[in-house]
Design a protein around this ligand. Structure first.
Ligand code: AMO
Length: 441
């Protein structure tokens, strides 16, 4: 873009992206707009690094090439202020900045007020709580930004894979009257003259949709009123859910494997620099993932000294032990029917559930299975689970209108981002996480 000498044009559009400037022609005039990361006065020069979401560029202000006022301003503008700097591109002096801007003019667009709550360059480490309290500023830290750029790529990849596999993307209601996953962890609120709840999962809706759309997926936030204050639980989390008509559990397990493998491959291809920023040695997984029957998991645990019996659920410690034995992706399959929800179909002998959990080491990433699709069987399963079929009337009626056999799963996106980015706390994978103690920002 050609500019009148001595003026910075209105900063609009993408003409100012640092990534474009860094690939610009030596001698051309550019305007860099972003936040000041660093200012280093060195004799008759001031070096200012300007960062935006695409990278960092260095502007050099020379005592002899700019006015004395601008030279002083360049030295004294508070770090993290938003500025626009106009100048000519020239070859840089150091290795770190092979191209830099010989500054001619600067506009301060918004001055940062110091002291800031944290240092977004990451040189001074801050606790997760401090970072979350100042999340907008924390996102300027290249490490934090890398997590969310990777999350973006994962989401794009997941959508692409599921669309290629013939799934339709849908959006179902999040304000609901009836629990899908049992009543214990619902968030209730007043809905005009009724009581309503926030959805725990799209379970009932996605199953209903298989009778028309066949294969559906949804990526959305869900809400669970659990007081589990751990590094892998949130009260608002994002789940990728699929449901597929005329599918066995093995079919949808393969869909999950494809989705995971594609997402990791695309992150390796497209987000290499972000993985380097995070110092995370991500590796492409081999598919198929190992299938570990629940009974084998019990044997493995018992052989390691854990006393666990058929029918017991796997507790945190058990999953940690299993994670040591199986450090990557694996499935735990054929759970006892008593440990799985009413909508999961039982094996022909009635003992086990046609179900699976996808694990990454100790971390449960997904769960699902073949569903009950017969209305009488569903009614019985509700009663067995101590639930009232009457409360599920609107769901049950769909099962009388021709419900195909179907299978599906729910996949915790935030937990998967932990795996792909290597961060250890789920709060780092969500821009504005919600837990028992956090409602802001
Ligand atoms: P489930 O309750 O196992 O299954 O949830 C599916 C996946 O969602 C993730 N997840 C969570 N992530 C963060 N914080 C939480 N509090 C949280 N709760 C769950 C986990 C989990 O594996 N309707 C079934 C799925 C199905 O059968 O299709 C369901 O909701 O990664």
């Amino acid at each position: 873009m050609k500019m009148n000498p001595g003026s910075i044009p209105p900063i609009l559009g993408n003409t100012r992206l640092v990534s474009d400037i860094l690939t610009g022609k030596i001698g051309s005039e550019v305007v860099a707009a972003g936040w000041i990361e660093d200012i280093r006065p060195l004799g008759s020069l001031v070096f200012m690094t300007i960062r935006d979401e695409t990278g960092v560029v260095q502007a050099v202000f020379g005592r002899k090439t700019v006015s004395p006022e601008l030279f002083e301003e360049a030295k004294n503008t508070p770090r993290q202020s938003v500025v626009a700097v106009r100048g000519l591109l020239k070859a840089g002096m150091g290795e770190e900045h092979p191209i830099e801007i010989q500054a001619q003019e600067m506009q301060i667009l918004s001055e940062a007020t110091h002291p800031l709550p944290l240092d977004p360059t990451g040189r001074v480490e801050a606790s997760i709580d401090k970072r979350l309290d100042a999340r907008a500023l924390d996102l300027r830290n290249p490490r934090t930004m890398a997590v969310f750029k990777i999350r973006h790529t994962v989401l794009q990849s997941i959508r692409r894979t599921l669309c290629e596999e013939g799934f339709w993307e849908v959006n179902t209601a999040k304000i609901i009257e009836q629990a899908a996953e049992g009543g214990a962890n619902l968030f209730p609120f007043d809905y005009f003259d009724k009581k309503a709840f926030l959805a725990q999962s799209p379970q009932l809706y996605k199953e209903q949709l298989t009778m028309s759309l066949g294969r559906v997926f949804e990526i959305a936030s869900y809400y669970r009123a659990e007081k589990s204050h751990t590094t892998r639980h949130l009260n608002e989390f994002v789940s990728v859910d699929i449901e597929a008509a005329f599918s066995e559990k093995e079919d949808v397990m393969q869909t999950a494997e494809k989705m995971v493998a594609n997402a990791v491959r695309e992150v390796l291809e497209q987000r290499f620099a972000d993985l380097e920023t995070l110092e995370h040695p991500l590796k492409a997984p081999e598919t198929p993932f190992q299938r570990v029957p629940y009974s084998q998991a019990l044997e493995e645990l018992n052989s390691r000294g854990t006393k666990i019996r058929e029918g017991d659920d796997l507790k945190d410690n058990d999953l940690r032990t299993l994670g040591e034995i199986h450090p990557g992706y694996y499935w735990i399959v054929d759970w006892p029917a008593s440990l799985k929800p009413f909508y999961i179909k039982r094996s022909p002998d009635g003992k086990s559930a046609l179900s699976f959990d996808l694990q990454y080491g100790y971390l449960e990433l997904a769960s699902g299975g073949r569903r009950v699709s017969d209305s009488k069987e569903l009614e019985q399963r509700l009663r067995d689970a101590g639930l009232k079929p009457k409360s599920f009337e609107s769901h049950m009626q769909a099962f009388k209108w021709g419900m195909p056999p179907h299978s599906g799963w729910g996949f915790g996106l935030d937990r998967f981002i932990m795996v792909v980015t290597g961060v250890k706390n789920i709060r780092e994978t969500v821009i504005y996480p919600r837990d028992q103690f956090r409602l802001t920002p």
